[in-house]
Write a protein that binds this ligand. Structure first.
Ligand SMILES: [Zn+2]
Ligand SMILES: [Zn+2]
Length: 347
């Protein structure tokens, strides 16, 4: 490791949880990565389990991304800097950090416009063929490892990633002081989105889901009200913003019909590739409809919201699993009474 400075003598091999093929995981030894000149080496502390991890485990693909070779899952990671490349200041050693998991090219038109989430050459953790963070060490560009204060726990450092999805969807929707917001789907993304909407000043945040335990969680975590799944709000109750975090066709239809004229619809949830939407409603009310793809420039705000206690990420955590228990962590994520499973790769 010439030109790499470390906190102490580091091992040369580490353990990694590897997805070999659909439904088949194993723990194997791999070399500890060597950080490039502009990278930090991070000892991974906590990694949230995402719906996308579960999807790769069960189906081996998401859209055009297909698992064709062994893949390390996990992209919601926090940890500690234990090594720095030649160009990275030694003061970064020992810092607790949250990892932004998509590394863009920094050169293309999207990157130069600050819309780096749309970079065609982005390398994103746990998206084939790029390995993720269900392993003991990862090397990442130093500016994508954000220092977090003590007020942000190790688990919360990892969960700044889903929080970023919520921040991005609320930004795209234009949520602000006094907004009235309907959120379909009270899984982890719906729950962080509800909290962000409140933090952005929304006066009303209505959650809907088919699972009663998730609606209970939504009420605990910031939603001001809940309605049964499929409810179309009456014209007098119509919201400014509908954010779909469910991907469910009936929820998208009912949500669009619940937005006031000139309101906004943001489609975050992933379900069927093609679903019907009520075109006359979108036309007649001049609704703005957009999707989201991950996020850009969200980490500074995510850290600030978590550090100030304006969002509670630790309250989402419903279980911890060691590296050999990734299968159980993925299975737990399918249980509607569970919210967020965390993998702790050092255990
Ligand atoms: Zn995720
Ligand atoms: Zn780019």
């Amino acid at each position: 490791m010439t030109d790499v400075r470390t906190v102490a003598a580091l091992p040369t091999t580490m353990r990694a949880s590897v997805l070999y093929r659909v439904g088949e995981l194993g723990v194997e030894d791999r070399p500890v990565p060597v950080p490039a000149a502009d990278e930090v080496l991070v000892e991974v502390g906590s990694v949230g389990v995402c719906g996308s991890d579960v999807h790769y485990f069960r189906h081996g693909r998401i859209g055009d991304y297909v698992v064709q070779a062994p893949l390390v899952l996990g992209h919601e990671a926090g940890g500690r800097v234990v090594g720095v490349g030649a160009e990275v200041p030694a003061q970064r050693l020992g810092q607790r950090v949250s990892l932004e998991p998509g590394i863009p090219c920094r050169r293309c038109e999207a990157c130069r416009h600050g819309r780096y989430n749309l970079c065609p050459d982005v390398r994103f953790f746990a998206t084939p063929p790029v390995d993720g963070a269900f392993c003991q060490y990862v090397a990442v560009p130093a500016d994508f490892a954000y220092p977090v204060p003590e007020a942000v726990s190790d688990d919360a450092a990892g969960l700044l990633e889903p929080l970023s999805v919520g921040i991005w969807s609320c930004r795209k929707a234009g949520v602000g002081p006094g907004s009235r917001v309907l959120i379909a789907g009270a899984g982890p993304i719906g729950l962080v989105t509800a909290q962000v909407a409140v933090a952005f000043g929304a006066i009303e945040v209505i959650a809907t889901d088919v699972a009663a335990p998730r609606l209970d969680a939504a009420r605990r975590l910031g939603a001001t009200g809940t309605v049964p799944a499929g409810t179309v709000l009456a014209a007098g109750d119509a919201v400014d913003v509908f954010i779909d975090c469910s991907g469910a066709a009936p929820a998208v239809d009912a949500g669009i019909r619940s937005v006031r004229p000139a309101g906004s619809v943001v489609l975050v949830g992933m379900g069927a590739d093609t679903i019907p939407v009520p075109i006359p409603v979108i036309q007649g009310r001049e609704l703005r409809v957009t999707g989201t793809f991950r996020y850009a420039n969200t980490w500074p705000l995510a850290i600030a919201l978590a550090a100030a206690g304006r969002v509670d990420l630790d309250a989402l955590v419903t279980g911890h699993f060691g590296l050999a228990e990734v299968g159980a962590a993925l299975a737990a994520s399918a249980d509607p009474t569970a919210i967020k499973a965390i993998v702790t790769p050092q255990h």
